[in-house]
Design a protein around this ligand. Structure first.
Ligand SMILES: *Cc1c(COP(=O)(O)O)cnc(C)c1O
Length: 480
């Protein structure tokens, strides 16, 4: 990477041009009133075609992506997105107007119905909505379903319980759905057992939102007993299934007593994410919650498919039209390419890769929670002469995207590593070798890490300022 590339603004020279327009051989159709013309000409850069191409290539190379390299961002599941998915999502025959009459878009409706059927089979739940636009939106939708179900039973409740290891979106979603959030402290294993749950299980508890495997990558092994205790209390079990990677094709949350869950198509189901692109967070529910799913709902009708727009008990719409249809296409393509018989290998390989990284790094990094690791492993910076941030920044110098840092909050200086199933042993070995080098540097020359990164176009930024007041455009005379 090194220095920032030269941008076209700096390459501009009077008279350079990158295109040639012929003299018009037709009369000018519209005469623009001189008063409406801009007073000064726009200060556009004057560059040749090749300079324009290099400008955009240089900008594109500044992006890091799964296609560019290893991206072990824990909890985010940055797995490879097979290109066949893109090809199908770009297929002309699938591009339809959302108001197109249903008899003209039966194939599109079938795609949605079939993805829902796959999700039902993989999770053991009774039905799914594909409408929510992301994981957090799925959580919010799920909590609205919980609320409406309880209110209709005449048993509106106020409280939602959430473990202290949860993703920050969980409390936010519960709060926006009108609930008061109470935090449950995890036990020394890093999970929630009946002992942790019981003191909180009051009559006003609507639900527990539990992530499984949790954000430490540990399976919540008491989940069935917890589901029973919740149900006996008239409460529901919500499962954050954003990280279904570890369970896919092996464990069905519905069989464990889960009532509502969301999954992230843009994580587990290999559709692109990051950079704010469209995601998808389908929500699945147990049988008794089916009537509350959002509309519209696509369903099989005879040999074809129909769309239900008004369902009297539905929570209503949560998204315009059907959700992010082309993300749905990609997820179905991913599942069909794997086939039912290979889906379980996703989980097996994801868990194997995370355990390989764990075993190789466990001797040189502190591992605060030692329960078996599923799809990700969380180390701590305890006992190191540098901080997690320094290690993350040094990884940039070696060309790797850092892992997730400082999350979950219950681990001091957390380093949350999720390799996913897409990576080869060779890539993992390279990453591990770099981590070994960095930890040696930390002991011998910690200053080197505190100065990192040194090879990137910008060094350490004031991250708060960068997030709040990002510099998104080039300004004349301002240095970058
Ligand atoms: C990613 C994630 C979410 C939120 O998903 P978004 O699509 O980013 O809204 C929620 N919970 C967990 C555990 C996650 O990893």
């Amino acid at each position: 990477m090194n220095a920032l590339p030269k941008l076209i603004f700096e390459l501009s020279r009077e008279g350079k041009i990158g295109c040639g327009l012929k003299e018009a051989d037709v009369p000018a159709a519209i005469a623009i009133d001189a008063g409406q013309l801009r007073r000064e000409p726009a200060d556009l850069p004057q560059v040749s075609e090749v300079e324009v191409v290099r400008h955009y290539m240089a900008l594109a190379r500044l992006n890091y992506s799964v296609d560019a390299g290893f991206y072990p961002l824990g909890s985010c599941t940055m797995k490879y997105n097979p290109k066949i998915n893109e090809k199908l999502a770009a297929c002309d025959d699938l591009q339809a107007h959302p108001y197109a009459p249903h008899d003209l878009v039966q194939g599109n409706l079938e795609i949605m119905a079939r993805l829902e059927e796959w999700l039902v089979e993989l999770t053991g739940l009774a039905g799914f909505t594909l409408a929510p636009a992301a994981g957090a939106h799925g959580e919010f939708t799920g909590m609205l379903i919980v609320r409406k179900y309880l209110e209709e039973k005449g048993d509106a409740r106020r409280v939602v319980l959430i473990p202290d290891s949860a993703h920050g979106t969980n409390p936010a979603s519960a709060h926006f759905a009108g609930y008061e959030v109470r935090e449950i402290a995890s036990n020394e294993r890093g999970t929630i057992g009946l002992d942790e749950l019981r003191p909180h299980l009051a009559p006003d508890v609507a639900a527990l939102m539990m992530t499984n495997p949790n954000t430490l990558g540990i399976f919540e092994s008491d989940i069935t007993a917890i589901a029973e205790a919740l149900h006996a209390n008239g409460s529901l079990l919500y499962m954050d299934g954003a990280n279904l990677n570890a369970l896919l094709g092996v464990v069905r949350p519905g069989d464990l007593g889960v009532d509502v869950m969301h999954i992230n198509l843009h994580k587990t189901f290999a559709t692109p994410h990051g950079g704010g692109g469209p995601g998808s967070g389908p929500v699945g529910v147990a049988e008794r919650l089916l009537p509350y799913l959002p509309v519209p709902r696509v369903r099989r009708a005879g040999t074809g498919f129909e769309v239900v727009y008004d369902d009297p008990r539905s929570i209503g719409r949560v998204k315009n039209f059907y959700g992010h249809f082309l993300v749905i296409v990609r997820a179905l393509a991913y599942l069909m390419a794997l086939g039912r018989e290979n889906v379980g290998r996703v989980a097996a390989d994801a868990v194997l890769n995370a355990n390989y990284v764990r075993k190789r790094l466990e001797g040189i990094l502190d591992l605060p929670y030692k329960a078996p690791t599923l799809h990700e492993v969380v180390f701590s910076d305890n006992g190191l002469p540098v901080k997690t941030l320094d290690i993350a920044k040094r990884l940039l110098d070696y060309g790797f995207h850092p892992f997730t840092i400082y999350f979950p909050l219950i681990v001091h200086g957390a380093m949350m590593i999720e390799p996913t199933e897409s990576e080869s042993k060779e890539t993992l070995d390279e990453f591990i070798a770099v981590m070994e080098t960095i930890l040696r540097e930390a002991r011998e020359n910690p200053e080197l890490l505190r100065q990192a990164p040194t090879t990137t176009p910008v060094r350490r930024l004031d991250e708060t300022l960068a997030a709040r007041k990002p510099m998104l455009r080039w300004r004349k005379g301002e240095s970058t």
